[in-house]
Design a protein. Structure first.
Length: 320
């Protein structure tokens, strides 16, 4: 009799474990987790995620070089203030971490030159954020451009660099000549109830160098800001609205084929999200590509495509 009771207990216990597994209560194990921040890969065909690099310190603005074998990003080192933010390199497989800047300035938002020999980045070394350029080993750091106001959100393709200044999108030649205004949004630079002024941010150049994609803060009914995503030709013509939902969304990035746009939705109304989204180049096919098994405390940031567009690399944050 006792053996029968024990056998029933064992069967019930096994059944209980199976229920837990199949209902997803242990799905956190599918997302590798060592430290608070990490660089991850997401396979778009099977939604498997892998951890490439892990850190106790905040990571921002992940960019893959054109050769497809190195990341550049900004990272807090030796502290938790803006002045502890430095530009760093890492191999695609997570090896050979290299710190490129070492100072007490706010260094952030790096982007590669087309030949991978130089890196442009933002730095707060004088009265505001300006654009700097250095060799890809960190040597020969020099100021590239100062608009007289904060410069931000830089991206570099071929001989063109695009950036944000005074909540508008600008472009400039890679030799620092001929800065030109690309967008002139309504109410640019005016503060409302959101955490940024109205205007345009985070331009990203199409691989064919003929247009950019960016987000526009159009509404401040949410303190996080209500944005939509647009595209525009580099000469400022043919501005096209791609979304019309006023989510807190942005940081759009073209796929290498130019057919898709990856972006981040951080909030819908007042509900936090931090999910990866994808849409076609014309705004169709808008969808959340964040795997369902990602736990709510795992936040996605700064996604970029692999060279063949089969993978997404992104920064993950564990909110604990």
């Amino acid at each position: 009799m006792r053996k029968t009771i024990n056998l029933i207990f064992i069967k019930l216990f096994v059944l209980f474990i199976l229920i837990i597994i199949t209902t997803g209560c242990v799905n956190n194990d599918k997302v590798p987790h060592i430290k608070k921040w990490g660089i991850y890969s997401l396979d778009l065909s099977n939604q498997i995620v892998d951890l490439i690099y892990s850190s106790d310190y905040e990571l921002t603005t992940l960019r893959l070089n054109n050769n497809g074998d190195k990341f550049v990003f900004s990272m807090l080192i030796d502290g938790f203030s803006y002045n502890d933010s430095e530009i760093c390199l890492l191999n695609l497989d997570g090896t050979n971490f290299l710190r490129l800047t070492e100072n007490k300035y706010w260094d952030l938002y790096p982007t590669w030159s087309i030949d991978d020999k130089k890196i442009a980045f933002l730095s707060y070394r004088e009265d505001d954020l300006d654009i700097y350029i250095m060799n890809s080993n960190g040597s020969n750091q020099m100021k590239f451009y100062d608009s007289g106001s904060h410069d931000a959100d830089i991206h570099w393709i071929e001989d063109t660099i695009v950036f944000t200044s005074k909540s508008k999108i600008w472009k400039i030649n890679e030799n620092g000549s001929n800065p030109l205004l690309v967008t002139d949004p309504p109410n640019a630079g005016e503060w409302g109830n959101a955490n940024l002024p109205f205007g345009d941010y985070d331009p990203n150049i199409h691989p064919n160098e003929d247009k950019i994609v960016f987000e526009r803060l159009e509404n401040d009914s949410s303190p996080h800001g209500n944005y939509n995503i647009f595209s525009i030709n580099l000469d400022g013509s043919d501005e096209t609205r791609l979304t019309n939902n006023y989510y807190t969304q942005g940081f759009p990035t073209w796929s290498n084929s130019g057919e898709n746009i990856l972006f981040l939705v951080t909030a819908i109304s007042d509900e936090g999200k931090y999910d990866l989204y994808l849409m076609n180049h014309d705004g169709s096919g808008y969808k959340n590509i964040t795997p369902d098994y990602f736990p709510d405390i795992f936040l996605c940031h700064a996604g970029v495509f692999s060279p063949d567009d089969s993978m997404i690399y992104f920064i993950g944050e564990w909110w604990e």
